[in-house]
Design a protein around this ligand. Structure first.
Ligand code: CTP
Ligand code: MG
Length: 229
């Protein structure tokens, strides 16, 4: 199998409330983007990568790619207005020879190479496969203050990235999303809406997404344990 990796790193990180774009915020002394680059470098099936970066960050991103020591070609491109636009732009640069494309958020620095490999493997059996964790907390719907319903958590999963799909299907799904103005928060949703079968690959809570300052604090505490150097 030959696969392309897309790392979306073009967001500004509004909720993190720092000056620096999120993918370039330091974690354990390295920019967030470094960790995703290192992870994909260790996945044998991945033959190339496309990384979306904020406008004007191309030089810094290129330096990070060089530091990560990847042996595969890495294309850098300015991202779009929304995450979905960034994925579509990156897809357009990915090799048409790749059977599978795996999309990953630079905001998840702790996704292990084995998780990428498991998603790639599972995507070959279905139309796609995503890292996810079975919900542990009880869910409440509220009107903003008062609980109006309790939602049974059986069968509910929290979607993460990496998310791997047959490239042809993902290209078609993004084309259709553009034409029909679908807005989705992940790529699996687009494939689902096109009728594709997407499997979950059981992941772990350590594959956390850095969104808020509190997430960054948790990640700082974890990074030394996970990557003891
Ligand atoms: N992303 C992107 N292009 C965008 C928006 C987001 O490539 N136009 C990427 C981010 O860099 C991130 C991933 O998509 O790795 C998930 O997005 P999110 O966590 O929402 O990051 P930001 O959009 O940067 O953060 P915020 O929503 O707080 O501004
Ligand atoms: Mg965002």
């Amino acid at each position: 199998m030959r696969a392309s990796a897309i790392i979306v790193a073009a967001g500004s990180g509004t909720r993190l409330k720092l000056e620096t774009a999120k993918a370039f915020v330091p974690l354990g002394g390295r920019p967030l983007l470094h960790y995703s680059l290192r992870a994909i470098a260790a996945v044998a099936a991945i033959g190339e990568a496309v990384v979306t970066v904020p406008l004007g960050m191309e030089v810094q991103a290129r330096a990070e790619v060089a530091r990560a020591g990847l042996e595969i070609p890495v294309k850098l491109i300015a991202g779009g207005a929304e995450r979905q636009d960034s994925v579509r732009i990156a897809l357009g640069l990915s090799s048409a020879e790749s059977e599978i494309v795996v999309v990953h958020d630079a905001a998840r620095p702790f996704a292990a190479p084995a998780l990428f490999a498991a998603c790639l493997d599972a995507a070959q059996r279905a139309d796609g496969a995503i890292a996810a964790i079975a919900l542990a907390d009880t869910l409440k719907r509220t009107d903003g203050r008062t609980i109006t319903a309790t939602i049974a958590r059986a069968g509910l999963w929290q979607a993460q990235t990496p998310q791997a799909f047959r490239r042809k299907m993902l290209v078609e799904a993004h084309d259709r999303a553009l034409r029909e103005r679908w807005a989705a928060t992940d790529d699996a949703e687009l494939i689902e809406r096109c009728g594709g079968r997407v499997e979950v690959v059981a992941s772990s809570a350590t594959n956390l997404k850095i969104t808020t300052p509190a997430d960054l604090e948790i990640a700082e505490a974890l990074v030394m344990r996970l990557f003891a150097r």
